[in-house]
Design a binder for this molecule. Structure first.
Ligand SMILES: Nc1ncnc2c1ncn2[C@@H]1O[C@H](COP(=O)(O)OP(=O)(O)O)[C@@H](O)[C@H]1O
Ligand SMILES: [Mg+2]
Length: 321
């Protein structure tokens, strides 16, 4: 991407808290209408990066520009072209969506004569008509998060920062947020979205930066990231817990092998082609392991993440309330 087209630019962003390097040379750029997924587990440094980019936290070293404005030197200009939404909703529960948006419009100093039309437009565009005149306390998780995001849009930001916008939402709420993100990108907003969910980054992001303990461990399109790991996975299902225990033992030494006890499934990365698959299946058979079913498949983004960071990602169902 050429520098001229980028709306959000981070170059070597670094932040230390005592001994912890929360962000260590984070670098990327995001153009108009693009979504960048900043992907990483809890504590990876996602919020730290977002806070530096949105002027909420000073930058130790490196630099950032938003719409050409230097974040450290010209924070006032930066604040006028960005929107920020995330887990901690800045929404007043006692007020309706419409009243909340009016507050934000005043906060962003939107001219009085444009406030009403802007708010009506947002309520229409994000399909909030059915609940916009009820107090926010009565909203579903998805409706509340949508209001939080829409509040960040009142001043028509060029750059939008969404810090884990779907964490804690049920599948329906998550789908609602995804629709909003897609609509915003289609309208030309540059979006930085942080997430712990690989499928979310896979679905929404044009480009993904994977960070772990502040450091970038991989970057690329979802397709490139999957290809980078570049190996197939032999997925084996066995019928009993006894078979599972033996299969687990026999595959433990293969680098990158992983197991799922509930599904009695063993996943083994295959790096030496068909011969390795055959050898492995033969070994299992000769050791008396019965096999229900096996298949050779392409790695998912989850496998990729495991390979890159050495830690599995959180399955979506585990983090739902
Ligand atoms: N204000 C702070 N003081 C000290 N340590 C912090 C502070 N904010 C974040 N950290 C540490 O920095 C690291 C990255 O945190 P954070 O950016 O919140 O990660 P993420 O948003 O990816 O979960 C963590 O180890 C966290 O404990
Ligand atoms: Mg965070």
């Amino acid at each position: 991407m050429s520098r001229m087209n980028s709306v959000i630019e981070a170059a070597g962003l670094t932040k230390r808290f005592g001994d912890v390097v929360a962000a260590d040379g984070v670098t990327f750029s995001i153009g108009r209408g693009q979504v960048l997924g900043l992907l990483g587990p809890n504590g990876a440094g996602k919020t730290t990066a977002v806070k530096m980019l949105t002027t909420l936290l000073s930058i130790d070293s490196g630099s950032a520009r938003i719409a050409g404005f230097d974040v450290a030197r010209d924070p006032e200009s930066v604040r006028q072209v960005i929107g920020l939404a995330g887990q901690a909703a800045a929404v007043d529960e006692k007020l309706t969506a419409r009243e909340n948006l009016e507050l934000f419009a005043r906060l962003y100093k939107l001219p009085r004569n444009r406030r009403r039309s802007r708010i009506n437009e947002l309520i229409d565009r994000f399909d909030m008509g059915s609940f916009a005149d009820r107090p926010a306390a009565t909203y579903s998780g998805g409706q509340r998060r949508r209001l939080d995001i829409v509040a960040a849009l009142v001043a028509e930001p060029l750059a939008l920062f969404l810090d884990e916008p779907t964490t804690g939402l049920d599948p329906r709420g998550r789908a609602e947020v995804w629709d909003s993100v897609r609509a915003l990108a289609a309208a030309g907003t540059a979006i930085l979205l942080t997430t712990q969910y690989l499928d979310e980054a896979d679905r929404l992001a044009d480009h993904i930066v994977v960070i772990d303990q502040g450091r970038t461990v991989a970057t690329g399109t979802p397709v490139e990231l999957k290809a980078e790991v570049g190996r197939d996975i032999l997925e084996i299902h066995v019928p009993t817990d006894g078979d599972f225990a033996r299969a687990r033992e026999l595959t433990a030494a293969v680098p990158g092998a992983s197991v799922n006890a509930d599904r009695r499934q063993v996943d083994v990365p295959i790096t030496e082609g068909a011969e390795q698959s055959l050898r492995l299946l033969r070994t299992l058979e000769e050791s008396g392991v019965r096999i229900d079913d096996f298949q050779l498949r392409q790695p998912t983004l989850d496998d990729t993440f495991l390979a890159l960071t050495g830690s599995p990602t959180k399955p979506l169902e585990e983090v739902q309330p």
